[in-house]
Design a protein around this ligand. Structure first.
Ligand SMILES: *Cc1c(COP(=O)(O)O)cnc(C)c1O
Length: 420
């Protein structure tokens, strides 16, 4: 494997002293990445959860090329363009009914940050002193100061602790212990919470932790009873990962604010939206300019990214659901053989995502086992990036049965090699 070293590039979530090199990719297609030296990697984690239908899906590539011929970035205050208008209308149609306004930004972190600001602006403009954010244990919402604050405290953000604001932390609803979660949420709501921020049905970076749709519904109900805004961070779960287009659909709930990013353009370009209901928009409506929503990114509603997202929505209309259903079934089938395998614990699946924990005493994200596993899989031509001892498979929807077999064969081999 040829690695790029001596590079001025500082890479994300990388300890350069332990991982000095990087694999240089020159081409991507479907589920495969091709390196400069000809090595190929099966992208079993959708390039960090962004690629939905597959790399370089032709319809999306075409839309990007066509749009680039017409419009590059234009200012989005006082001006607009058709890709942003069409995309907003279509998002309102396909997301849970009641999310009637679309605020554009450019990353998952940003759209959650925007959600938090919308919630606080809502309460301030209504003249109520609610400022406390309520969040789930093990949550992950991004890497900006606000989203790190809402997320779990961990080695990732220990250095920035001094800047992180305090939130009311609710225990994760482990199966059989949901009531503790509900009670804590109820108490935080009664104490004047402003908004409850949560990843619906599955916590991604927290370790692919799954909870039920009925638990999600109950959490939403508790918030509603106390007027606390429910913010669904669907950055990872959106666009099919959990088996439905959006995770909230499975619980039949409409969040007060919803955040979508990763799969919005099918993974081709950075784009994010924060969507909300009329009440929140209207709270910012006034002849007083000071009540406006003060947020902007330079690349708000980039027309090329919006065109990619429109092409993505076309693919959803054309049968992406069938591809998702097929992948769910293939994943379930392959996971079954590990269900009573003593080498693993917590063998689990939600929609297209599977996860299983190696039964090893070396636990936690920083345990060297994560890095060793990553190297083990890379050496076998697989892009899998375990979260510590948690191996998860989150592939593009175009993956074929034989390709998925390669992934599970390697997981089986890894279990033999790394057990104990
Ligand atoms: C990845 C992720 C984010 C952050 O998205 P970025 O685009 O990396 O900033 C936020 N929330 C969840 C649930 C995520 O999985």
């Amino acid at each position: 494997m040829t690695l790029v070293t001596n590079s001025p590039v500082w890479r994300p979530y990388t300890q350069h002293a332990l991982q000095p090199g990087a694999i240089k990719i020159v081409r991507a297609e479907g589920c495969w990445l091709e390196a400069e030296d000809g090595a190929r990697f099966l992208d079993a984690i959708s390039s960090w959860w962004v690629i939905t239908h597959g790399h370089r899906r032709p319809e999306i590539v075409r839309a990007i090329k066509d749009q680039a011929e017409l419009l590059d970035q234009i200012i989005f205050a006082g001006f607009t363009h058709e890709p942003a208008e069409s995309l907003a209308r279509r998002l309102v149609e396909i997301t849970p009914r009641g999310l009637d306004y679309v605020f554009y930004s450019d990353s998952g972190s940003t759209c959650v940050e925007v959600a938090i600001k919308m919630a606080l602006g809502f309460w301030r403009n209504r003249g109520e002193a609610r400022t406390r954010i309520v969040a789930l244990e093990h949550g992950y919402h991004g890497d900006t100061i606000g989203t790190m604050s809402a997320g779990a405290r961990s080695p990732f953000n220990a250095s920035y602790e001094a800047l992180l604001f305090d939130v009311a932390r609710i225990p994760f609803p482990d199966q059989g212990r949901e009531q503790q979660c509900f009670d804590a949420l109820e108490a935080a709501c009664k104490a004047g919470g402003a908004a409850f921020v949560a990843e619906p049905l599955i916590l991604g970076a927290g370790g692919m932790l799954i909870y039920s749709a009925s638990t999600l519904r109950e959490m939403k109900d508790i918030c509603a009873r106390h007027g606390v805004l429910f913010v669904a961070d669907e950055v990872m779960t959106g666009f099919g990962r959990t088996g439905t287009l959006f995770a909230c659909e499975q619980a039949g709930i409409v969040p007060d604010i919803a955040c979508y990013a990763k799969g919005l353009t099918g993974g081709a370009l950075p784009l994010a939206v924060t969507m909300c209901g009329k009440e929140i928009f209207d709270a910012h409506l006034s002849d007083d300019r000071a009540r406006a929503f003060f947020h902007s990114s330079s690349y708000t509603a980039n027309p090329i990214a919006c065109a990619a997202a429109l092409a993505n929505l076309d693919i959803w209309e054309m049968g992406a659901r069938e591809a998702v259903a097929k992948l769910c079934a293939m994943q379930a089938e392959r996971l079954a053989r590990f269900e009573s395998d003593p080498r693993f614990v917590n063998v689990r699946r939600l929609g297209t995502i599977t996860a299983l924990d190696l039964a090893t005493p070396r636990r936690g994200y920083l345990a060297s086992i994560g890095l060793e596993l990553l190297r083990f899989f890379n050496a076998r031509g697989l892009l899998l990036r375990p979260l510590g001892q948690t191996i998860y498979v989150l592939p593009p929807y175009c993956i074929e049965a034989e390709e998925l077999d390669l992934v599970y064969a390697a997981i089986d081999e890894a279990a033999a090699e790394f057990r104990g």
